[in-house]
Design a protein around this ligand. Structure first.
Ligand code: HMG
Length: 383
């Protein structure tokens, strides 16, 4: 039986960002607190005509252009920035990408964790139906209150993952370790635009879930610590990834190896937290930036969603994986962005979804052009 896995991987982030030095200057904070203490450089900011749908369609477009639409019969859309309580964001993306009408489209939620649930469901489905492919998309806007401790960890982006029985990039291991506890470390009631959270406690819940999920992974027959060449952790800010790396090493009686994690943090430092997409942005970062050939290597992934659920699982990198990535597109996406100053950031932060008259700004092909009668209008600018 073919082991299901990742056939293609792509990400998108908006064109505008504010540098954390701007925030540091405004708040009278040493910029090193953000660059070293938090480990972040930039916050990606969507314009009012960009949202989880446009970012998701942009992320998935290169994959659909490469593999075609014929075999994709499922879109699983992971987000905690939902735009509707009933209709799945996946349906808008389905139309923008021109997918077959004979397709199921669903939205999943559990804070930053839900893309991992989607990935595991996709792998199980593909194992049963090897001729089908599943598009897993994680897309989120991380927005915190101005002046809160989370402000420096904002960001936005989307990752698209094609799961199939042709795992050209990586096979998904069958074992995983799970951990759930009911805790209030970070949550966003329906009436709020920004989350409520206990920042310091959330980092402790995260590290606890990591160790508990790891123990369960071991109990289920997972690989030994020494079998891993790299780890990708959920990255709310890059220092958290470094802390997770050292915490896991310590739990295994080992000295931490920074090479295990640093290449996975390069893109996240530039984008900020993108919730459900953050772990998979870290995966793209290590695959596209690691100087070592990762062929045949095991990568351990830890997914965490506040509230809280954690999962540890593994991927096996396939020969020729680098030919199936999009490093040039991703690097130019990050380089060709527009920096905005503090005042521009505040304006964008307050801006809600487009209603009318907002200047066209979305950097890609897809735009939210308006909301009429509470119906969101998305256009493909090339149609
Ligand atoms: P804070 O109050 O901004 O920072 O909160 P701090 O005072 O704890 O300082 C942070 C670090 O900077 C410390 O290092 C300082 O020593 C250092 P550490 O002790 O951690 O090693 N520092 C400096 N370093 C160099 N030069 C300086 C300097 N000054 C201080 N001058 C906190 C940090 C994480 C609480 C905050 O960023 C926050 O509230 N973030 C939002 C919540 C969050 O991201 N939690 C992460 C775990 S939960 C999670 O990942 C889930 C999530 O993604 C949501 C979901 O699942 O949907 C958030």
């Amino acid at each position: 039986m073919t082991t299901p896995g990742i056939e293609a991987l792509s990400f998108f982030t908006p064109r505008r960002y504010v540098h954390l030095n701007e925030l540091a200057t405004h708040h009278g904070i040493d910029p090193a607190k953000f660059s070293r203490g938090i480990g972040q450089e930039k916050i990606a900011l969507p314009n009012a005509d960009e949202d989880i749908v446009t970012m998701a369609a942009e992320a998935a477009l290169p994959i659909v252009e490469r593999v075609g639409v014929e075999s994709i019969d499922t879109v699983l859309f992971a987000t905690e920035t939902g735009i509707d309580q009933s209709k799945a964001a996946a349906i808008y993306v389905h139309r923008l990408l021109g997918l077959s009408p004979n397709c199921r489209c669903v939205e999943l939620k559990q804070a930053c964790y839900s893309a991992t649930a989607a990935l595991q469901m996709a792998a199980s489905y593909v194992a049963r139906k090897p001729s089908r492919k599943v598009l897993v998309i994680a897309s989120d806007v991380a927005r915190y209150d101005l002046g809160s401790s989370g402000e420096a960890t904002q960001g936005a982006g989307a990752v698209a993952i094609l799961v199939s029985s042709e795992p050209k990039i990586a096979e998904i291991g069958t074992e995983s370790g799970l951990y759930t506890e009911d805790c209030m470390d970070f949550w966003r009631p329906n009436h709020r635009r920004t989350p409520l959270f206990d920042g310091k406690a959330s980092t402790l819940r995260y590290l606890n879930a990591l160790v508990e999920a790891w123990k369960d992974y071991q109990a289920n027959g997972g690989l030994d610590y020494d079998a891993f060449s790299r780890f990708c952790f959920h990255v709310p800010f890059s220092r958290m990834g470094e802390k997770a790396n050292s915490h896991l090493a310590k739990a295994n009686g080992q000295k931490q190896n920074p090479d295990h994690v640093l290449p996975s943090l390069i893109y996240n430092r530039q984008v900020g937290n993108c919730y459900s997409a953050s772990l998979y942005l870290a995966l793209i970062s290590v695959l596209e930036n690691d100087e070592t050939d990762l062929t045949g290597k095991n990568i351990g992934l830890f997914s965490y969603g506040s509230g809280a659920t954690g999962e540890f699982f593994d991927l096996r990198v396939q020969p020729g994986y680098a030919e199936h990535l999009f490093p040039e597109q991703h690097q130019s996406l990050l380089q060709d962005r527009d920096a905005i100053d503090y005042d521009g950031y505040i304006t964008l932060w307050h801006e809600k979804d487009l209603t009318q008259g907002t200047q066209e700004c979305a950097s890609g092909r897809f735009r939210l052009t308006g909301i009429e009668d509470d119906k969101r209008i998305y256009v493909d600018q090339q149609a």
